[in-house]
Structure formats: C-alpha cells, structure tokens
Design a protein around this ligand. Structure first.
Ligand code: IPE
Ligand code: IPE
Ligand code: MG
Length: 229
C-alpha cells in the first residue's frame, strides 16, 4: 500500500488556520493509518512525506515540516517497536537537516529487527531520481547491458526486496502521481478520494481497501484469463 498524503494546506486554509496546523493535523491521520494498516495485517506501507520538489516551498514551512517529522518519529519509536513495525526511508537521508536525520537514523536502527510490518517514509524523494540512481548503480558495477533485467534493476531501487504497491491512494482530489513510485506503480490500482489528508480516518482507509477489493486486476490479460487467477 502506498499513500500520497495530500491536502494539509487546503484543510487548514478552509478553517482560516495557518498551513502548519494542517500539517500537524496530518500527522494524526498518518498515525491512524499506520495503526489501521498494522491491525489489518498489511505488510508494507509507504507514505509520501516530503518530495524533492517540496524543497521549493517557503523556508518556514519546510522547517516546520521537519520539526514535526522529528517529533513524530521520536514519539512513535516505542510504539513502532512494540508493534513490530520496521521504519525505512526512501530518499537521500544525507540531504536532510541534521536533527531529523539523527532522529530517523535512531529509529531505523532501533526497529531494524522488526518483522511484522514495514513503514517506509518517502522523504526527500523523487521517483525519477530513484530510477536514475539505480541506473548509476548498475553502471558503476559495470553490469553488461544485456544483464539489466527487471529484477536486477528493481534491486537497485529503494524498494528492493519489497512488493510493488497493490494500491496507491492520493487524498485531496488531485489526479496525479507527482513523481511518486514511478517504477513500482506500473500495475498498481489507484484510489483518489476527495477527502483532505487530515480528515482521512481509519474508516476511510477501510473504504479504500473495500474499493480495491471490488477491482479486477488484469495485468495485460483478458477478462477470462484473469477470472482464473
Ligand atoms: C501534503 O499537503 C503535505 C506535503 C506535501 C508535505 P500539502 O501541503 O501539499 O497541502 P495542499 O496540497 O497545499 O493542500
Ligand atoms: C506530493 O504532494 C508530495 C507529498 C504528499 C509529500 P504535493 O502537494 O507536493 O504535490 P503537487 O505539487 O500538488 O503535485
Ligand atoms: Mg499538495
């Protein structure tokens, strides 16, 4: 499962509040979704937390977001460990400010042995950059062109060893992917609720899964063929 947590700013503006209040409320929604995911036995959850393009936002907003992230991961560390949730970051950790980087590194290490669920935060993330990074890694290893297969390529992505998302949810009614998991979402189902991210509850999450269950995935085959899968 992968989520583009969008609409924090609009949620706040609608209420006459500063955007930062929307981000704060958004962390509560994130916590609820992580909890629900774990309860439902979903093994992998990737949350789009901060894109490479988000660096273009006002400095104040960026520093607020990273303060919030630092507090969030520090506060949730014990809960993640108790619930067997392993934290991973998709994106260049080295490009983050020192304080969140240290907080994340601490929790990543602390939860490294957890096996029940994987929580990936796409942070300082760009899908195109991830693909380029994989190309560079293969080139640096001197892999012959004919040996570059799907599997070999995927092994160089942040998602190495994890399944492609079955479902990608983007809240707030925007119908775009915004440079998210470009390789991995090749055959994902998409769900675009109008709900703004801070209003996205466990019940909304269940609704998304229900909707997913009603879909028929074909993977390029005919309806008759997929009937038998
Ligand atoms: C998503 O909410 C959070 C981040 C991108 C960090 P936005 O901040 O994009 O909210 P809107 O889209 O402006 O409403
Ligand atoms: C995508 O949302 C990034 C995150 C949710 C972290 P944006 O709000 O940045 O995307 P655009 O700019 O509307 O495409
Ligand atoms: Mg947005």
């Amino acid at each position: 499962m992968a989520v583009i947590m969008d609409g924090n700013g609009r949620w706040a503006t609608k209420r006459g509040l500063p955007r930062s209040d929307g981000h704060k409320a958004g962390t509560e929604a994130a916590r609820a979704v992580v909890t629900r995911c774990r309860e439902r036995g979903i093994g992998h959850l990737t949350l789009y937390t901060f894109s490479k393009e988000n660096w273009g936002r006002p400095k104040d907003e960026i520093s607020f977001l990273f303060d919030l992230l630092t507090r969030f991961v520090s506060r949730e560390a014990d809960t993640l460990l108790e619930r067997g949730i392993r934290l991973t970051v998709f994106g260049e950790l080295a490009g983050l400010p020192l304080t969140p980087r240290q907080a994340l590194a601490h929790v990543i290490k602390k939860t490294a042995g957890c096996r029940d669920m994987r929580l990936n935060l796409a942070l300082n993330y760009s899908g195109r950059e991830e693909i380029l990074r994989a190309c560079r890694a293969l080139a640096a290893k001197g892999v012959p062109p004919a040996d570059i297969t799907d599997e070999r390529f995927a092994a160089e992505l942040y998602t190495a060893g994890q399944p492609d998302p079955d479902l990608v949810i983007r809240t707030s009614g925007e119908l775009r992917i915004s440079n998210y998991l470009l390789w991995q979402s090749a055959y994902s189902e998409f769900y675009f609720p109008e709900t703004l991210w801070p209003d996205f509850t466990a019940a909304e999450f269940d609704k998304a899964i229900e909707e997913y269950r009603s879909r028929r995935r074909r993977f390029g085959l005919t309806g008759d063929q997929t009937e038998k899968i």
